[in-house]
Design a protein around this ligand. Structure first.
Ligand code: NAD
Ligand code: MG
Length: 407
């Protein structure tokens, strides 16, 4: 190797959501570069067994368990393993590690709205944020990006599409520029039900919804990928990250998941980022940018790629994508309402309480019934999130009494 890494400053990492799918991929990349990265803190919700194994492996200074009982158990098992990691508990501790002065990089890999406050804390404290979580950005309006701009925090997208867009835009000192961009083209795999007729979607099972053809991910985003709500959330995410409007985003289904997204410029040029569907690529990119580090991902061999295909998304079968565009255009608290209702609906679907096609129905009904506020501040957003959850639960009850999960 001709590159000398010895001169690199050691970076200190807080990994929020360490036990999840993104958490695991991040740890895999970090393990390959002990000369560059040190894990200061790891966090998880309630899985103390998984967090104990991570602590034994990487020996962070701090481990945060949100669940109190799980924190007790983690404390006991680390003591018996002889691991000196300090155990902290609760949401306040989560925010504290994101603000911690000795930390320069915060990986936001918690699923759902629970990531909002810790990610905002990281944005306010000028960190490099590896943003995998999309729900926080969707619900936050422009709060998160404004906080980042004010503190000088660098938001590095980890979501593969947004990381691809970042890589396809010209770099400037503070990140990337969108000058000359005509459209962002977000690619979507189409999920496990891309070719499933509407009739069959009525009886789609949890197991079928979780079986993504190209990516291995946590349960919530897997269900979102099956409804295309994930792509809807990503449209909003792209507008927030790159300061674009809804009409500057186009979604195209690309079943091979080789092109992770593209940027079309006013001169007709299209710039894309390609690679294997492996989250370690965007994670490594976001960690090292503007440098490049090994991610452990095998090279993409074009002689093995049988073809690249594209088709329009079907908004009849997948109304989640349409609803997200509508919430984006409505603005204010509408995206927060969309996200909260979707989280409630996905939980209910995973528990077997609603049918697949009712997911979008719950979201649509909640959007209709929720009050909306323009230019919301943080407390208005948190309130809108809570109200939307209550409405969604109510709608869920009504749908269940009319047939439940069998539709
Ligand atoms: P996951 O379910 O595998 O892991 C979620 C993590 O969040 C776990 O560590 C869990 O302990 C933690 N967590 C859950 N609820 C929490 C709470 N209330 N408070 C604190 N921590 C909590 O999820 P994932 O698939 O790794 O996805 C994480 C985020 O990254 C999501 O927002 C998802 O949309 C995004 N993302 C994931 C992928 C992927 O390939 N998995 C790709 C792009 C974006
Ligand atoms: Mg994505």
């Amino acid at each position: 190797m001709s590159v000398d890494h010895a001169s690199h400053e050691m970076r200190s990492i807080a990994l929020l959501g360490a036990t999840g799918s993104i958490g695991k991929s991040t740890l895999d990349v970090l393990r390959r570069h002990p000369d560059r990265y040190r894990v200061h803190a790891v966090t998880a919700n309630a899985n103390d067994t998984a967090l104990a194994a991570i602590c034994k492996d990487v020996e962070p200074d701090v481990a945060v368990m949100v669940d109190t009982d799980a924190a007790e158990r983690l404390h006991r098992s680390l003591a018996s393993l002889g691991v000196s990691t300090r155990v902290e508990q609760g949401e306040v501790a989560l925010e504290a590690v994101a603000r911690e002065e000795s930390v320069d990089t915060v990986v936001s890999a918690i699923v759902g709205a629970a990531a909002l406050l810790p990610t905002l804390a990281a944005a306010e404290s000028g960190k490099r944020i590896l943003l995998a979580n999309k729900e926080a950005l969707v619900m936050s309006g422009d709060l998160l990006m404004r906080a980042a701009r004010k503190s000088g925090a660098l938001v590095m997208p980890v979501d593969s599409e947004h990381n691809a867009i970042f890589q396809s835009l010209p770099a400037v000192e503070t990140g990337v520029s969108t000058e000359g961009v005509e459209k962002i083209i977000l690619t979507a795999s189409g999920g496990p039900f891309r070719e499933t007729p509407l009739e069959a979607l009525r009886v789609a099972t949890v197991q079928q919804a979780l079986a993504h053809p190209n990516w291995s991910m946590g349960p919530k985003i897997s269900v979102d990928s099956a409804t295309l709500m994930n792509k809807g959330l990503e449209v909003i995410e792209a507008c927030r990250l790159f300061d674009l409007s809804a009409d500057q985003i186009e979604v195209i289904v690309h079943p091979e998941s080789i092109i992770h997204s593209m940027v079309r410029y006013v001169d007709g040029s299209v710039v894309a980022q390609l690679g294997r569907p492996d989250m370690r690529t965007p994670i490594a990119h976001a960690l090292a940018w503007p440098e490049r580090i090994d991610a452990g991902v095998a090279p993409l061999d074009f002689s093995e790629v049988s073809g690249l295909h594209f088709e329009k998304p079907d908004l009849q079968r997948f109304p989640g994508l349409r609803l997200a565009f509508e919430a984006l255009v409505a603005g204010g608290t509408a995206p927060a309402v969309l996200n909260a209702a979707n989280e409630v609906a996905v939980d209910a679907f995973l528990a077997g309480d609603v049918a697949f096609l009712q997911l979008a129905e719950i979201v649509e009904r909640t959007l209709v019934h929720a009050k909306s506020a323009t230019q919301p501040d943080l407390s208005t957003i948190i309130q809108a999130d809570a109200e939307a959850r209550a409405i969604a639960v109510e709608q869920l009850g009504q749908l269940a009494s009319h047939g439940g999960a069998t539709g």
